[in-house]
Ligand binder design. Sequence first.
Ligand code: IFM
Length: 803
Amino acid sequence: MKYGYFNNERKEYVITNPKTPVKWTNYIGGLDFGGLIDQTGGALLCKGDPALNRIVKYIPQLPASELKGETLYIRIKKNNEYVVFSPFYVPTLTPYDYYECRVGNGYSIITSEILGIRTEVTIFVPMDSQREIRDIKVTNISGEAIEMDIIPFVEYTHFEAMKQFNNADWVPQTMQSQCINEADGKRVIKQFAFMRKDTNVNYFTSNYPIASFETDRKIFLGDNGYGTFMKPLSLFQEELSNYEALREDNIVAALHKMGQLEPNETKRIITQLGQYTDFDYEMTEIEKYRDEKCVDEAFIKLENHWNNYLSKFQVKTPDEDFNTLVNIHNPKQCMTTKNWSRFLSLYQLGLGVRGIGFRDTSQDLIGIMGLCADESTEMIGKLLSIQRRNGCAMHQFYPLTMEATKGESGEMENRDDFYGDDHLWIVQTVCEYLKESANYDLLNKVVPFYEKDSKDKPLEEATILEHLKRAIEFTHDNKGRHGIPLLGFADWNDCVNLPKTAESIFNANLYGKALLEMMELMTHLGDEEIVNKYKDYYDEMKIAVNENCWDGEWYLRYFDHEGKPLGSKVNEAGMIYTNAQSWTIMSGFADEQRATQSLESLNKYLNTKNGIKLSYPGYNGFDPNLGGVSTYPPGAKENGGIFLHSNPWVIIAETLVGNGDRAFQYYQQINPILKNDNIDEFEVEPYVFPQNILGDEHPQFGLGRNSWLSGTASWVYQAATKYIMGVRADYDGLIIDPCIPKAWDEVSIIKEFKNATYNITIKNPNHISKGISRMEIDGKEVDTNKAPIFADGLVHNIVAYMG
Ligand code: IFM
């Protein structure tokens, strides 16, 4: 079954059936103000932190048919009786003649035709103003005059999201609403929790007179609270009660009387949902956004912003689905994960367990580096400010307070260990930034380490370069009995939690990759001494990996606390792991023969038509010595599921050994666009990567979950742009080193790089996968496949011939 289609001209996905298998969402605004919108108009909004300052009550676990956060009711009079429906289908479930939800960049537009009314609602947050705009246009298409009322609806949550659910005494006592009447019938309806009434005041308003309103859910639903959102009884009375809630479940329902709409007549109402600390300032902004022209301009500005972002890297290949993903939806997902980390989605509920992750965000930042590198610097500084003096890092932080924790959900707080990988990721992030931007000043920026001797006095601070060096030294100093870095609580695979002293081959490879990056950087900066030191570290680790971790046909993944291998043919479950193969190639530790052999083994044991599994066979039952991984059934998530984040690493590894056909095959296996025409098995949105797909050991093989916020976005984008297309920024130029399917004749790429446009055509007359035999820049032959830095604001034409 199919629920929609891609509209590339508008850079949208258009959902044509509201009854998607699970809610399909989109993001508006950012963490400073914004959240997610589902295809039936539900919204989850917050300001600054979804755990500490949440605005709207969205409970994803409720049935799909239930109201979630926000909706819109329309009331018409027929034969002197009210008929009430929602143009979003949910929560009234009124049959529709037409429905579409256009999932755009930073906006959603829901259009429907129900009972002779065409409604179009554009939902977005302006670029430079913190408010959710719902721009509602209603048209009477019934052919006869209709009397109509419009009732936007919001259900608030307590700003402390967890308290809303676990304290049903304090929360209801503190929630209050008030109405401010303005001169011309317009109103601002305020909502707050008593203790925050001067700092976090939510409000709803519109550009139209509000005839009457309701702020108490029980009264709104009617029948002493036994009414439903499907048929709120108060909407069958002429007016709402104008009750200003003193406690309990606060909502706002604002009755706008539109009067009689003649056939084909359209009316437009613009609502605003926001939060203010300074009422006077906010009123001037509210007035601004009551103006239709201002809203139109804000929408165009948002569109231009996204178009500009996407224009920085565009490809044209013979494969349209590849082009669509690389040019539109994948970079959009990169920006979204960069903005939200794992903080707020339908799966990561933003209730305070997960904040901004050191590991996750370091990787997410790389995803936007080629498009808007400078948007990463503030976050790089924040991440490094939770690095510890000894070089390892706190696992995550909460941006409003900058409080950091060692792990998620406090499981690590009383342990003296660390995540063995976190600190190493940021080395790649900073190096990618420098290659794309050439802003070497960043390395001299001084950032404190996390340990402090008093609340506001940092004990030690150092330059970013020094932070990176500490990261390297931490791993260098924390190795196990085989000379392999310690696992700590976990490495990238959060769920394999082996007892202390276990070693991680993933960490060995990540360390190897970080050393390669540091050697390149320090060579560029001319510090030979440190390059030599890192070369020794690198060689030492390469030997340790190859002497201890080769299992005959593939690389091992871990040594446990007793020195026994995991990811070996001696293991009944967890015999082979994907990351041990891909990363041993990405680190440069595997020689050609081992690289080829391990990729063959990976293909044999781990590949499926829906993507590459993380390991095989799955563990079948809980084992405290393995930890989280064994809590899942075989084939799910990290226990042998198709964990998409690790698929692009294999794609990159395949390009590094020159296998363009297989790299592309692996890419297309997970390309969500290709699921569109038959999506009932996959279930989640076809326009973003989910985090996981159930593997073939699970009866529901092919089912996707945890869409949107996943490191998959950043790494698939890197795999496509830097390795399949092969266009990679370097310190002194732009490398052109594609690895494409042999069948492709030609591809072209436009990349903005350091204040110039590189207009690249790659020709493949001999139908090979890899290797540039000659290149011309602006018509002149050059003897390299690296284009120089032009930095002249001009367009440069490059033609590269494969051969
Ligand atoms: O690497 C982790 C990530 O930090 C959070 N999601 C799961 C991944 C794999 O365990």
